[in-house]
Design a protein around this ligand. Sequence first.
Ligand code: AMP
Length: 433
Amino acid sequence: MTAFSELGLNTKLIQNITAKGYEKPSPIQAKAIPLVLAGGDLMAAAQTGTGKTAAFTLPILQLLKGAGRPGPKDVTCLILTPTRELAAQIADSIKSYGSGIKLNSQMVCGGVNIRPQIRNLARGTDVLVATPGRLLDLLGQGALRLDHVKMWVLDEADRMLDMGFIPAMRRVHAELPAKRQTLMFSATFSRDIEGLAGEFLHKPQKIQVTPANTTVSRIDQQVYSVDKARKTDLLKHLVQSEQWGQVLVFSRTKYGADKISRQLSKAGISSDSIHGDKKQGARTRSLKQFKDGRLQVLVATDIAARGIDIQQLPRVVNFDLPHVAEDYVHRIGRTGRAGETGIALSLVSADEVSQLQKIEKLIKKSIPRQEIDGFEPEHRLPTKEVKTSGKRPPRKAKAKTGAHQRRGASSSNGDGQPARRGGQNRRPSRARA
Ligand code: AMP
């Protein structure tokens, strides 16, 4: 098995990695680090949780040594990332992996005062981590120049596409010198991502750590079939009676996130919500409280949850399913991080069946359905599943897991087929409430 010392990293970086307690490179690190050190362009498919931040940060820190000091307002390495949370996380990684290495790294994103950012950029920056909107603002104000950039990283490029950042990426690209090294990371390789790579990258090496568009198998995925109007009660019930530890709950809407968090708090469960309408300070505070263990439940929208990195998060819950199937993969990637196992539960009502089917098609497997005693839905999920292996679905199985009698398939690795129950083929009716 590859060791960090075999990847070509210098002693100082190896010391810093060892101090963090990493024993060996993750697969993406083992593949990406030597390629980045060799200087070529790279296109990598890796989900969050695979160690991709270190996969680009470590070789960049090493290459910066030979890159010379930046002139005033110049930037040597530009890392573009879709959200503030992700930017903050990358900036933290640069600080910890780069501990003891003299360099000027900055993070710029919206939601905070621009003036200190302008001041800090004036003396030149070795590594700049930025979200697209704020970067363009700063460029417009003449606070920095990008014509001496030697390395450009596009992190979570698929998310940047989804968030409509293509024009911003093109504007940034237009400011960059033609001769540079470009690295693009994306959870999946879609046709759009390939197109973007064609525009921005030069003969990139392509690497991939899990097969594209599949979820990581160490995450135990389950669907709890429940009526829409009863989802909050079920969530409260599960948190309390199963004595869950920390849980990250996803809501499709900001309004929903606030409402869920309010209702949990009312039931005496410490919880808060984060989403794009909240001030950056409030988001950072809630996240810190959650990381410190002072909040049991954090309810987040998809965008706000990007970049949340909490080690050993045991459980994520999809209060509702995302409209974009790829978001499901991102959501559940918050658990089962870097070698841990995790549980991803989705509370699914009959009106969400088409989203569920799209997700199962994308991840190429059926997610086992269960029902919780006392919360059996009036409107059952139809049993139409994705064809994954040609195997016949198992017969009805009963499982007793935790404090609840659950009905349905009891596969623990997420590759079983859902059990069928009488009446499940009813047409999905319009959800209540
Ligand atoms: P990322 O995919 O970059 O969001 O990283 C996910 C988590 O894995 C972070 O908490 C890292 O600190 C951790 N991590 C990164 N590389 C390793 C490694 N080689 N061994 C153990 N943990 C790691």
